[in-house]
Design a binder for this molecule. Structure first.
Ligand code: MN
Length: 240
């Protein structure tokens, strides 16, 4: 049986880097490639290009993986940039929004990680806290740096009747590297996990008409240390 083709929405070092002689490069964190391959998927990077390409890209893959990275441009949810907003890439936002719309139109499963969950929520009509300091009940450390990502640092409570609940149970611990979070949830999504300070840590589609799993933490950085994190990729690649 052919391996499922997993389209990984890639990122850009648009300003270049001395590592690449100052040239701009397309990349994705290695963990997404390695984890996808480890569970039997065929990873395929989708470079940021014109949104008109989304239909052809999505037609050529079985499933879509949205990775972490920059903040989502707040203009996409009708806000000016707050002083605590970090770097954005509007080209990436528009391309990934087109990939999301096309994946839903073609009924192809989506697994979204960190920023991936945030751009998913914004694309579907939700919005974000531009920085966690703008959330009045913030009292959990959600940027665990410099603690290594193989160490989960905060707990989450998972909905029993959810895809995620079937995978990790009702009580779980995760790593955390986000300074933004979902504020208003998009109407087509439902919350499947929250942190102790009530930040949304995972969402799914509100019914079974689409196959969507999105999480705020980083299993691509912890799947080698924790079978339960690897299982998230296994579920996405082989079952979702
Ligand atoms: Mn967190």
């Amino acid at each position: 049986m052919p391996k499922p083709i997993i389209g990984i929405a890639a990122n850009q070092l648009a300003a270049g880097s001395t590592e690449f002689h100052g040239n701009a490069v397309t990349y994705t964190p290695q963990g997404f490639v390695s984890a996808t391959e480890a569970v039997g998927g065929l990873p395929l990077l989708l470079p940021i290009t014109h949104p008109d390409n989304a239909k052809a890209y999505v037609s050529s893959i079985d499933k879509l993986l949205l990775a972490g990275g920059q903040d989502v441009d707040p203009v996409l949810y009708g806000e000016e940039p707050h002083p605590l907003l970090q770097g954005t890439n509007p080209d990436r936002d528009l391309f990934e929004q087109a990939l999301i719309q096309e994946a839903l139109a073609q009924h192809k499963p989506i697994f979204a990680v960190c920023r991936g969950m945030q751009i998913l929520n914004v694309t579907l009509g939700g919005n974000l806290y531009q920085d966690l300091s703008l959330y009045s009940d913030w009292n959990v450390r959600h940027v665990q740096e410099p603690t290594l990502p193989k160490h989960p640092t905060h707990s989450i409570s998972v909905e029993k009747d959810s895809l995620l609940g079937d995978l990790v149970g009702e009580s779980y611990r995760v790593n955390s590297y986000h300074h933004q979070a979902i504020k208003r949830l998009a109407p087509s999504l439902k919350t499947s996990a929250i942190s102790a300070d009530q930040i949304i840590e995972a969402v799914e589609w509100h019914d079974d008409s689409q196959r969507v799993l999105a999480i705020q933490w980083h299993p691509e950085l912890s799947f080698q240390a924790h079978p339960s994190e690897r299982q998230l990729f296994d579920f996405f690649v082989n079952q979702l």
